[in-house]
Design a protein around this ligand. Structure first.
Ligand SMILES: O=C(O)CCC(=O)C(=O)O
Length: 315
């Protein structure tokens, strides 16, 4: 009897989660084709950003390969990079002092996410950020936002802003979660940026990417992106199919990597040195309606003077 009831409960659970999945997928597709994204495409089409030659070069490469890199100082005022560099150093010092406390068995307030404990995060989820935050300012900076919008061909939403500290893994550790090849679940209209805050070499867990694997690219049929799809393929099979075409981003501090991470990517398997980076995600309003959740709430202290596309990205 008990056995029968357990089986019955498992079946109910399976059917219920199947229905829930179908509901999430339908909500996403409806918002992509008809509802939320239609309005954001219209807004973009009414007022297309004029890109300068640096932005245009990045956009062309993104469209062709799914990624592009640029020194941040070519995109924003040198003063802004100086402030971010200093803020990155402060995060490093605070994190390293708390990590030392943890090693000695003391309490720490370091933020980590279940399932991806190897990354220490400045914000994780549930923070309130205003434009006094240098990282939010960068994620909503019109030079970056115009690029994201031009790539996605819509007014995008800034979904995620954070700074990550990844200590070197222990000698016995194997690659876990995002250290393994995967497609991001967030959206088919997706752009991420990673700003290296330290020099990243092979021992620092560089970001890696399979060019042209995002939806619409030559390799998009390899375990294709689907809403709520299975986004971690068998790793050996993927490596075989990719056949050495993956790019490894070893690069100096201050490098900004733009990337459509609905294509295959992995990274953060630091072996010898800690990796510190800031990361940003822009995606479509449909994603926020169905597939993803913003990690911050925008505090609009004096937001009334914001350009429309910046306010849209943050709210
Ligand atoms: O840490 C990395 O280099 C990869 C991160 C990643 O997979 C992601 O942000 O989706």
């Amino acid at each position: 009897m008990h056995r029968t009831r357990t089986r019955f409960a498992a079946r109910v659970h399976r059917v219920a989660s199947g229905i829930e999945r179908r509901g999430v997928i339908a909500t996403y597709e409806l918002n992509d084709r008809l509802l939320a994204n239609r309005g954001s495409r219209r807004r973009f089409a009414r007022d297309r950003p004029a890109l300068d030659s640096v932005q245009q070069r990045v956009l062309d490469e993104l469209r062709r390969e799914g990624y592009a890199t640029v020194p941040l100082s070519e995109l924003v005022e040198p003063e802004m990079w100086k402030d971010l560099d200093a803020a990155g150093e402060r995060f490093r010092t605070e994190t390293e002092s708390e990590l030392a406390q943890e090693r000695e068995g003391g309490e720490s307030s370091l933020r980590r996410r279940p399932g991806k404990e190897f990354v220490v995060r400045k914000y994780a989820y549930g923070v309130e950020l205003g434009l006094d935050d240098p990282w939010l300012r960068l994620g909503s900076n019109p030079r970056l936002l115009d690029l994201a919008n031009a790539y996605l061909e819509m007014w995008s939403k800034l979904e995620y802003v954070d700074v990550w500290y990844t200590p070197p893994a222990g000698g016995e550790d194997e690659r876990r979660s995002s250290q393994r090849w995967h497609r991001d679940f967030n959206d088919r209209h997706l752009l991420k940026a990673f700003l290296y805050l330290v020099d990243v070499d092979e021992e620092t867990g560089p970001f890696e990417y399979v060019p042209r694997s995002a939806p619409g690219g030559e390799l998009d049929a390899l375990w294709p992106w689907r809403p709520l799809g299975d986004n971690y393929p068998p790793q050996d099979e993927l490596a075989e199919r990719v056949d050495g075409r993956a790019v490894t981003f070893t690069a100096p501090k201050g490098t900004l990597i733009f990337c459509n991470t609905s294509g295959f990517h992995r990274g953060g398997f630091a072996t010898g040195k800690p990796r510190i980076l800031a990361t940003f995600t822009w995606d479509s309003p449909a994603s926020l309606k169905a597939l993803s959740e913003r990690n911050f709430a925008f505090r609009a202290d004096n937001g009334s003077g914001l350009p429309g596309r910046v306010r849209y990205a943050l709210t």
